[in-house]
Design a binder for this molecule. Structure first.
Ligand code: BEZ
Length: 211
């Protein structure tokens, strides 16, 4: 069965451009993003990997470790890394895992046979410090992902984890948020002493909590 939100993500070992890793140990107590690439030496993937390298400080700021994966051997990844640096202006600064036998791709359901038997779709898995799956997004091979959007949803996930708030439509960092329906008004008084706006009993809006 496909991985579902709330599942503990499967552990694996992989050879990567940054050395061998055991996934759960490597994550430690950090958040994680595992994202797949259909194939090495492909144009869309080249742009994506350069952009994630550019955004690496933003992932670091949020204590998120990022690892890419492609079903090609490490020697190909290493040769491709030169092209990524040359064409995107940002060299790989996070691990790109080799999965030549597709063992990890199968474990995570990254191969969708009706799309392709041989290469992965563009999967994204966001993993919490508890190793549970918090978010998954699937794009077709032909559509490059928006990693600014990924950072936005990570901000939302981390706010929910820390402050029991949800984020409304089109929320961006700094906008008001919503008190989770599971939080009673009594509990909310303790969590949000500056108060909130009740538009409906189920729709309570509060300023975004800071640290
Ligand atoms: C790409 O990464 O550019 C790509 C890979 C597979 C199909 C289409 C595009």
């Amino acid at each position: 069965m496909a991985l579902q939100l709330g599942d503990t993500v499967p552990d694996f070992e992989a050879n990567t451009t940054a050395g061998h890793l055991r996934f759960h140990d490597w994550l430690g107590s950090s958040w994680g993003v595992l994202f797949s690439h259909p194939k090495d030496f492909t144009p869309v993937c080249t742009t994506e990997l350069g952009d994630v390298a550019r955004l690496k400080p933003e992932f670091d700021k949020r204590d998120v470790k990022v690892v890419g994966l492609s079903v090609d051997p490490l020697s190909d990844h290493e040769a491709w890394a030169g092209d990524i640096a040359e064409t995107q202006g940002h060299a790989l600064n996070f691990p790109l895992a080799a999965d030549p036998d597709r063992a990890i791709a199968d474990l995570y359901g990254m191969i969708h046979p009706n799309a392709s038997d041989t290469v992965t779709v563009r999967s994204v898995f966001v993993i919490g410090p508890d190793k549970k799956l918090k978010l998954t997004i699937t794009y077709p091979a032909s559509t490059g992902r928006n990693f600014a959007e990924l950072l936005r949803v990570i901000d939302s996930l981390q706010l929910t984890a820390k402050h029991s708030v949800a984020t409304p439509v089109n929320w961006v960092d700094g906008d008001d948020v919503i008190i989770m329906p599971s939080v009673t008004d009594e509990q909310a008084k303790l969590k949000f002493p500056s108060g909130w706006k009740t538009l409906k009993p189920y729709l309570r809006v509060v300023a975004q909590p800071r640290e």
